[in-house]
Write a protein of this length. Structure first.
Lengths: 281, 311
């Protein structure tokens, strides 16, 4: 009797606390989504939680007057480019480090590991911007995609860790059958490590979609290349920002909704992915 | 001598044999050199120069460093703000994340839904959410003050983004963005602890709180140490959401050191202008990297000391 009562009390306290944290986490998102359907007065004066009438024209305004169609397209292009570049480079490197034995391997791994803990921060953006604009790569989203792909040592460790888990007999058998190093990667390893490839793709997509500072710096001279994150953050500085909270909320929602949809489908992959590489090592 | 030669030729042979492997590493390696090594080399080569983005760069020896250590009070203010930010963020985020991890560790449907909700901020754009928080924490029109006033908790609207409270607001946003991530790290660590240990402790009559402090925490220590270090490094480098939320203001109250560096290179808002001090910026950024390194070093030494004490 007392044990079950203690259990109930514990459950109540637990879910009160967890519920409070969930509310805290979810509130700003709800605020943005519901706010995007309010009038500016409804949003700024407070009062009712829901809009009297859904103001879909806020979205229409963002797309037709503020060029949000363009920014959305930019975000998707940038994210897809980054995913492709990341998958190609990090899956090959992850295979090489996770499976092959070659002179210089130890040095290379420690260099990658070291780089994860050293950062000169935002300075890096200046020489990279100068370099890439000399190479004419700042005229398109390719430049940003390359920068975002470049510094991801963590993906290599994620993949190499997974490759180590594939039984070695498989590639030995393939080797005896005459398959070369690349063929083993392409035909044996790659199909078997699909789960972690999916996780890395999700991470790369998220990075490119959400990244602000790099994209901001690389599109300062070329507003038409701005992805959503940059366009939305800069709404704060637009001419009549004070009068346009409902538009800011609509812009923010346009940037958030695709990620939320992906998360609704793939939340387990996101959550599983961050622990696969980090804590094990 | 003979042996050495043999070894060398073996290595050469191995390199030849693995040439496909090197080719496969190459794309990533090129990216790594260009996007990670080159900027560091650039900073190292510019730290002794004065260069404002136009004209010749001028060799000024260690003047940049003299300026940092003797005249640049704004920079040291930003270092203090960084420490304040890192300390407060970790003090609130980590214990809360650990508590949630313990509560939500068991895998069942309800727990996993709660986990997904709490983890959600991790997948959202910090910049976009910073804009939303900027609206929520607005003094007169923001919903934070509206709720607090209608609940009767405050009479006057609070100036959340004013000099006194801006850092608190920045911390609230940082905690919001961070708990989910660390909760999941902790859960991963907790699942590594075998169920049998808990069982036997329970049989011996230990209560939940006792179990937490004498079993869970010590067993979690190695993972905890790694998570702490990760959290430390990551927090030192945070500046994206601060940039959008407060722009480092007001009066520099939330200006953290990597944001300070950013402003030496780029304008913080589209309208404003950066002072563009590239040589000086390079020097400052290296000092920042060294400061992070020093704190990580101190942490590692403390962690080892603690190990020796408990053993």
């Amino acid at each position: 009797m007392t044990i079950s009562r203690r259990k109930i009390v514990f459950g109540v306290i637990k879910w009160f606390l967890v519920g409070a944290v969930c509310l805290f986490t979810i509130y700003p998102v709800i605020y943005a989504l519901i706010g995007s359907l309010k009038t500016n007065a409804e949003l700024t004066l407070g009062g009712s939680f829901f809009p009297k009438e859904a103001q879909w024209q806020n979205y229409e305004y963002a797309f037709s007057q503020l060029n949000f169609g363009r920014y959305t397209l930019n975000s998707f292009t940038l994210a897809i480019l980054t995913v492709i570049l990341t998958l190609i480079t990090s899956s090959m490197a992850g295979y090489a480090i996770g499976r092959r034995n070659f002179p210089g391997k130890g040095l290379l791994s420690s260099l990658y590991l070291f780089s994860m803990f050293v950062s000169v921060g935002s300075v890096a953006l200046y020489p990279l911007y100068v370099l890439l604009s000399d190479l004419k790569l700042t005229d398109s989203l390719m430049g940003i995609a390359l920068v975002l792909t470049g510094g991801q040592a963590s993906n290599i460790f994620l993949i190499s860790g997974f490759v180590k888990g594939v039984p070695k007999e498989l590639d030995e058998a393939a080797h005896i059958d005459g398959a070369g190093i690349f063929r083993i990667y392409w035909q044996i390893i790659l199909p078997l490590i699909r789960p972690i490839i999916g996780v890395v793709a999700l991470f790369a997509f998220r990075l490119a979609w959400n990244e602000f500072v790099t994209s901001q710096v690389f599109t300062m001279q070329n507003r038409d290349l701005q992805p959503l994150s940059v366009a939305v953050a800069n709404l704060r500085y637009s001419a009549n920002a004070a009068a346009e909270w409902h538009i800011m909320a609509a812009g923010a929602s346009i940037a958030l909704i695709p990620m939320l949809l992906i998360y609704a489908v793939a939340n387990r992959q996101f959550i599983g992915g961050i622990t696969a590489g980090a804590v094990k090592g | 001598m003979r042996k050495k030669e043999n070894k060398l030729s073996m290595t050469l042979h191995k390199i030849k044999e693995e040439r496909t492997t090197y080719l496969m590493l190459l794309p990533n390696l090129i990216m790594f050199v260009v996007f990670t090594i080159y900027p560091i080399a650039w900073a190292l080569s510019f730290m002794f120069y004065e260069y404002k983005g136009f004209g010749e760069k001028k060799w000024i020896g260690i003047d940049n460093f003299i300026r940092i250590f003797t005249r640049d009070h704004d920079f040291w203010d930003s270092v203090i703000h960084t420490l304040e930010y890192v300390g407060l963020k970790l003090i609130y985020t980590l214990p809360l994340a650990l508590l949630l991890a313990v509560l939500l560790q068991k895998s069942c449907r309800r727990n996993s839904v709660a986990q997904s909700v709490i983890f959600m901020p991790t997948i959202m754009s910090q910049a976009v959410m910073a804009l939303i928080f900027y609206l929520i924490f607005n003094t007169y029109n923001g919903s934070a003050n509206q709720y607090l006033q209608s609940l009767g908790i405050i009479n006057q609207p609070i100036n959340w983004l004013g000099v006194n409270l801006a850092m608190v607001t920045v911390i609230i946003v940082a905690v919001w963005g961070g708990i989910g991530n660390y909760m999941i790290y902790f859960i991963a660590g907790l699942t590594g602890i075998g169920e049998e240990i808990y069982e036997s402790a329970r049989v011996d009559g230990a209560g939940d709180i006792r179990i937490f402090f004498s079993i869970t925490l010590p067993m979690l220590a190695p993972v905890l140490k790694m998570i702490l270090m990760l959290a430390l490094v990551i927090s030192f480098m945070d500046y994206q959401s601060i940039m959008v939320l407060t722009g480092g203001g007001p009066l520099g109250a939330t200006n953290v050191m990597f944001l300070y560096v950013y402003q030496l290179f780029f304008p913080i808002s589209p309208g404003s202008r950066a002072p563009q001090e590239f040589g000086y910026g390079a020097a400052v950024s290296l000092v920042c990297a060294a400061i992070v390194g020093i704190f990580v070093g101190i942490y590692l030494i403390l962690a080892r000391r603690l190990d020796n004490l408990t053993e």
